[in-house]
Design a protein. Sequence first.
Length: 288
Amino acid sequence: MTSRRGRLGIAAAAILTAPVVVGVGYAVAGALGLVGPGASGRPSLDRTFLVLSESAVIEGTLWILWVAAASTLLAGVASMGIAVALRGTGRLDGLGRALAVLPLPVPHLVAAVAGLLVLGQSGFFARLAFQAGLIDGPSGMPALVYDPLGIGLIVALVWKEIPFLSLVAFSVLGTRGDALERTARGLGASGRDVLFRVTLPILWRGMLPAAVAVFTFVAGSYEAAVILAPSDPLPLPLLTWERFVDAGLDRRGDAYVLALLGLWIAALAVVAHEVVRAKLPSLEGAHQ
């Protein structure tokens, strides 16, 4: 029975991973010039080196990494604060937790459009500032959309990711935090010590996998970036799509290289998480 379940599990896993393996394999072949428009049939890394050395690719990659890191960090810190603030069992705490996760089903595309309507130079905030006499017109509103720093995109992504990370934070504290906090208080720890030595370490370690998932998603997300990101530098996901739909079919191979670059970014984030997780026991020992 056990072996049969094992075989079924392997078969199910193979079915799920097969499209990914096929897609990655085709992208590798396209990047090497083995398939696709303009393929020579002979493997070569010339295109890969050429694409990865382009200033537009380097700038677009660094820009999306900045946005992903900033939005993940801000959303994570906000989610931890919300989880700590809503630890009680009263009605207001329950209502607060429900409101915190309420935007969870909102699609990222909708969040980006909302960000455009609220943060744009003719958006809701600009109109409020104009009515209050703070600005003379749309040009007086700071550029928060299509800006080089990606402030508008970061704000929209933080608002969208806080519900997911808050839900994870609530679960982490509910399943791991109570017993350790009670033990720390029983040993004479102050409320401040419990917060900084028990609660927050439990939170960030328990939320780390979810934070990595958010980072990798944002780094490869197209929907929000296409609405709120600038055209210079062009973020990596938009640059990948631009190369893929370029009228010159010989540039299709560039898109395969960029897609694989995005895959490598996600893989490195997962590897970094595994390295940190492997070192956590020694970090715990150092705190004792």
